[in-house]
Design a protein. Structure first.
Lengths: 241, 241
DNA sequence: CGGCACGTTGAAGGGCTTCAAGCTCTGTGG
DNA sequence: CCACAGAGCTTGAAGCCCTTCAACGTGCCG
């Protein structure tokens, strides 16, 4: 739902951009052009920012909340390609080229996003090499993550992969509790974990139940606390004992 | 093995750069600086351009031949992350940041490569936004491929994945023969196909044997001809009949 | 408080891995 | 030139990991 722009909001928009790592420290003129074009939207659990296959003209900066990028397969399965946290850019590269979005962007936790036109970004990147290089860095980091997942999906067992995704989520959205415990600060169903790891919700359920019995985690409805992170590392790395 | 630079070779180097899509049409001054710094190497089947974990200062432009990027897992398995054909850039992003190579670059077919310093490229990219944007496009294309593979590894059966990688290789290095037949123009063992698809060489062998019986392919030692490409598509897409 | 999404658990079975043995090419050195 | 070593490949057998189907809890929210 678009919100009417006024001067207060415009200032807020510029602030939000400045706080975004990829835009931090850019010349004020560049920030102004971005802020003028930006539109702030808010969205809630289950909403889609865009749908797989739609032609992209707009990309998004996540200001608050949680998003994920999901690809739908021909036979109806969903595969989660990435989880996003505030500061992340979503759908940038396809918006530059007006390509179809490669997946749907789904809101996990009530979110605020800035919508920005791909054409403007394209222009700014061609004028400002520093900006291009930063975007390159971001995309390269995602390629790196994607390669890691390919390696894991190719060579590891389901258990190891689930352990890894819990650890990765802990690094991204973990909140420390008593002792070594880490609470994952997002709604996360068995189905979500299955889509992240190329498995089924039943297998995830059995795995989490087993870990809960061993005191490694505490698994509630759409909510997980890691009690013994080190033990998860042992499982993820397939270490002895 | 480095080859002594002389004027003839330098001209050849500049030509090779110009023929590389990512450098084509850049200002001559930029091309000159790249050509001056480039060193031509040749390497043969089994050689490694670099090894996983080494700190990267150099990236490579593949001039002729075939390469692949392989990641080694902790427990000794190898996973092929990408196959490269002439014109591709290898190890660029890590060379820009002096990070460790994320995998080893292995020569599949006798190859010539240009070695270029990451620092120079970094400099040129910061001066020339057009160059940055092109590199971004290349990395984005690889991210797109990686996401496709993640989706396939997550949701598809081994048969489908093998069919897909044969079709992908056909698109990259396929040579048309009689009728619809396509010969894959690279050395490709059962083990190679297994590493591309997260499976074992035995499963690949059984699958190819079955397809050969059905007349879909002709499978020789490190050498495959696709006889009925459409039938492979049917398998890859899991279509009826 | 009823509906529905989320979650658990069991049972059956299949796809794929693993281990093992032996075959078939290819290149190489005696 | 041929034997032989080794890499590539095939095939069989056993079985496990995981999926699939099914039925039934459980907790949340309107």
């Amino acid at each position: 739902m678009p919100i009417k722009q006024d001067e207060v909001l415009l200032a807020g928009t510029r602030d939000a951009l400045k706080r975004t790592e990829i835009f931090a420290g850019l010349p004020p003129s560049v920030l102004d052009r971005l802020a003028d074009a930006a539109r702030l939207h808010s969205a809630q659990h289950g909403d889609l920012l865009f749908r797989q296959g739609e032609e992209a003209h707009t990309f998004y900066v996540l200001v608050s909340g949680r998003l994920r990028l999901v690809q739908h397969t021909a036979d109806g399965k969903d595969v989660t390609m990435a989880n996003f946290v505030p500061g992340d850019l979503i759908g940038l590269v396809v918006a530059l080229n007006h390509e179809p979005y490669p997946g749907s962007a789904e809101v996990l936790e009530d979110a605020e996003v800035l919508a920005l036109p791909g054409d403007l970004m394209w222009q700014l990147m061609n004028e400002n090499a520093q900006l291009s290089v930063r975007v390159l860095r971001m995309v390269a980091a995602r390629l790196y993550e994607a390669h890691n997942r390919i390696r894991e999906l190719s060579a590891e067992r389901v258990q190891q992969r689930i352990a890894r995704s819990l650890l990765r989520l802990a690094a991204k959205v973990g909140v420390k509790g008593e002792g070594d415990t880490i609470r994952l600060d997002l709604r996360l169903s068995r189905q979500d974990l299955a889509q992240l790891n190329g498995t089924t919700l039943e297998t995830v359920s059995r795995t989490l139940t087993a870990w809960e019995r061993e005191g490694i985690i505490e698994a509630g409805r759409e909510h997980i606390v890691i009690l013994r992170p080190h033990q998860l590392v042992v499982i993820a790395e397939d270490l002895p004992h």
